[in-house]
Design a protein around this ligand. Sequence first.
Ligand code: SME
Length: 201
Amino acid sequence: MVHAEASTFAEGLSKKEVYGQVLEQAKALFEGQRNWVTDVVELGLVSSYRKQSDMLTSLTLQASNLANTASLLWHAFHSLPSPSNSVNWVGFYVLDPKAPQQLILGPFQGQVACQTIALGKGVCGTAAQSKRTQLVDNVDKFPGHIACDGATKSEIVVPVVKDGETVAIIDIDCAELNGFSVEDRVALEELAELLAESCDF
Ligand code: SME
């Protein structure tokens, strides 16, 4: 049973310990759930449910792996000292199934953000197209950075690659310069691999 406690991170843990907990909780939350988001096809089956409570139970069980991951990461960063606790956006963009040359906004934590990003554009589109993590110490120095939020000073974007193709990206913004390090890159790449294995994109 999914419990809110999964996204509780004790104060005073090291980043290594916090990422360890993120990966452990993510594995537990993904068990038996292959959905990156609640399956909209399920909504078409609404009339086949005998009663509304059956439908709600089924939809609740269709937990969204990306939404839960965004929550885990948000709380993980905010349990850490500066600069990690200055993370102001954590979320996903997913390859648009209707227009594969662009990404569309997925589950996130933080303020509203741009809805579509063309492959090759901005930090997200660059990571998606190149299939390589973009670790940006200062977004003002990244040509073509898309400023959804003027408060963002640094950013890391990690592609989720499945069968050799980018299916989504993890995007994390920080309101401080040099918000992310190689330690973040390594842990987030491991998380991206887990997501690629665990979800039906
Ligand atoms: N800064 C990103 C756009 C997405 S927002 O940060 C949420 C980019 O340059 O691709």
